[in-house]
Design a protein around this ligand. Structure first.
Ligand SMILES: C[S@@+](CC[C@H](N)C(=O)[O-])C[C@H]1O[C@@H](n2cnc3c(N)ncnc32)[C@H](O)[C@@H]1O
Length: 196
């Protein structure tokens, strides 16, 4: 998480406002633009450590909140946390056991960067696919999904997988994403539902 904390004005703002990471402002911006989370919603945050998105979600809903990560997440009032791998096939069932069906799945998960661009991108897209799979198995009909991805390579395939499953799908680059980064979020609203 070192790169999250390089000392720029967004870092200073995060410290001042009590957020665990500058990443908080990405979700704040997505929420202001797309209104994905409503009070009372049950929200699952995938790749949630150290927890700044969870802090933002906690400000937006009085519903159940679950944060999942490979790494521990320091406790937050009103938030349940789970140490787990997004690639664990049992994870959707665990999520349903803990919080029941979900209104919103957000994923800011990203793999450790090796520096080899195409390899890193392929792993990031694969994580996005895992997040989509979890969303498909846990979202209520009408629910929303936000997932971090990276432009280039297999990005068109990932967004093409998302499109038929939601009524509104957009790619959105936040103003707080680092200059030169290909980071982009897929915002998907109104889950069409799954075959039961
Ligand atoms: C950019 S950080 C998330 C920051 C978080 N949104 C916040 O605001 O504090 C990406 C996270 O993805 C997690 N991650 C990467 N691969 C994962 C996997 N396979 N399963 C679960 N978490 C994973 C990492 O451990 C890391 O904590």
């Amino acid at each position: 998480m070192g790169s999250q904390w390089s000392r720029d004005s967004t870092y200073t703002r995060a410290v001042k406002e009590g957020y665990r990471s500058r990443a908080a402002f990405k979700l704040i911006e997505i929420q202001a633009r797309f209104g994905v989370i409503h009070d009372g919603d049950t929200v699952v945050d995938l790749g949630a450590s150290p927890g700044s998105w969870l802090q933002v979600v906690n400000e937006l809903t009085s519903g159940k909140i679950l944060g999942v990560d490979l790494n521990p997440i320091a406790p937050l009032d009103g938030v349940t946390t789970l140490i787990a791998d997004l690639t664990d096939p049992e994870l959707p069932a665990k999520v349903l056991d803990i919080v029941g069906e979900v209104n919103v799945v957000v994923s800011d998960a990203s793999p450790k960067i090796s520096g080899q661009k195409s390899y890193d991108q392929a792993r990031a897209i694969a994580l996005g696919e895992e997040a989509l799979c979890i969303a498909q198995k846990t979202l209520k009909t009408g629910g929303d999904f936000v997932v971090k991805s990276f432009q280039g390579g297999d990005f068109p395939e990932l967004i093409a997988m998302v499109r038929p499953q939601f009524r509104l799908v957009k790619a959105y680059r936040t103003s707080t994403s680092r200059k030169g980064s290909s980071e982009v979020y897929i915002i998907a609203k109104y889950f069409i539902g799954r075959d039961r």
